[in-house]
Design a protein around this ligand. Structure first.
Ligand SMILES: NC(=O)C1=CN([C@@H]2O[C@H](COP(=O)(O)OP(=O)(O)OC[C@H]3O[C@@H](n4cnc5c(N)ncnc54)[C@H](O)[C@@H]3O)[C@@H](O)[C@H]2O)C=CC1
Ligand SMILES: O=C(O)[C@@H]1CCC=N1
Length: 268
């Protein structure tokens, strides 16, 4: 079994650590690094893992899961890149950054796998897309899948699609939470107590999501089944169309994809 070091264990790094532990990955095979001492102590106490300095972790682990903000990746790689022994696998969780970004600092031919996961990893329902960089072999992709499969679903995509994936599923949970927040407000507008409105919409979201996953039906069919002639739903749909909600979603995801590209340009 491989030893994985989560380099920069913030929100996403902690999701990976906790997911691996829930899946039975031995604590002795997990390492983490953190910038602040209090954070290091917190992680060690919470998960019973060793939290080391970056240099010690990169020396000891076989797999380096880089989970710092993209804006912190250059400083991190300048620091640790020359100290990474050859033969390690680097798994980047960073939005925007191509695998070629990391090659600049790593020993020649170090395999890099780029992944984009999302926060439902906390409940083992993540969507993780995995791409091979130049030197990553099928065995490296399998190892990355072994790490992320316990957190939810995994899919392989060409690296050229990762910015779109980031816009769609990486940021995706935020759009659904935004929708729930806005629909709860709508319930308040219609006179419902906040908690009642919230409970109604959360259960409706869960039920709708499970139907999307399990029914095998296209979302258009599922929506048509709710939309009665001259009924209530079509009145709401007309307003969504009048307010350009579909066009807003297209523009929003394009903006997220463009921001991922911009992050890469700013860091290169
Ligand atoms: N939050 C999200 O939903 C998602 C985030 N990501 C990606 O995951 C990465 C991390 O994001 P978050 O966890 O949200 O950020 P975060 O800020 O919570 O975590 C990053 C951690 O890295 C630490 N760090 C920075 N430089 C370091 C260094 N030189 N040595 C050791 N530790 C260092 C920071 O102290 C922090 O704890 C980002 O690249 C982001 O693009 C990917 C998918 C989803
Ligand atoms: O907002 C961000 O940049 C990160 C990447 C995907 C989700 N959160």
């Amino acid at each position: 079994m491989h030893t994985v070091a989560v380099i920069g264990a913030g929100k996403i790094g902690e999701l990976l650590l906790s997911g691996l532990l829930r899946s039975g990955w031995p604590a002795g095979r997990l390492l983490a690094t953190a910038r602040r001492t209090e954070r290091a102590e917190e992680l060690a106490a919470r998960y019973g893992i060793r939290v080391l300095k970056n240099e010690a972790a990169v020396g000891e682990a076989d797999v380096l899961a880089v989970a710092v903000k993209p804006q912190d990746a250059e400083a991190l790689m300048t620091d640790i890149g020359p100290k990474v022994p050859s033969g390690k696998l680097v798994v980047s969780l960073c939005a925007g950054l191509p695998t070629s970004f990391f090659a600049k600092w790593l020993p020649e031919a170090t395999p890099v796998v780029r992944v984009m996961t999302n926060t439902p990893a906390l409940v083992d329902q993540a969507m993780t897309a995995i791409s091979a960089g130049a030197f990553a072999t099928p065995a490296h992709l399998e190892l990355a899948e072994e790490m992320f499969a316990p957190l939810g679903r995994t899919v392989r995509v060409p690296e050229s699609q990762q910015d779109a994936v980031t816009a769609l599923s990486g940021s995706g949970p935020a759009y659904f939470y935004y929708l729930v927040e806005a629909m709860t407000d709508a319930g308040i507008l219609l006179g419902l107590p906040r908690q009642v409105a919230y409970d109604l919409i959360v259960q409706t979201a869960i039920g709708s999501a499970i139907m999307l996953r399990d029914s095998g039906e296209h979302p258009v069919k599922l929506r048509e089944a709710v939309t009665s002639p001259a009924g209530t739903t079509i009145s709401a749909i007309r307003e969504l169309e009048n307010h350009g909600v579909r066009a807003a979603l297209l523009a929003a995801l394009e903006a997220a994809r463009d921001r991922a590209r911009q992050i890469a340009e700013q860091q290169s």
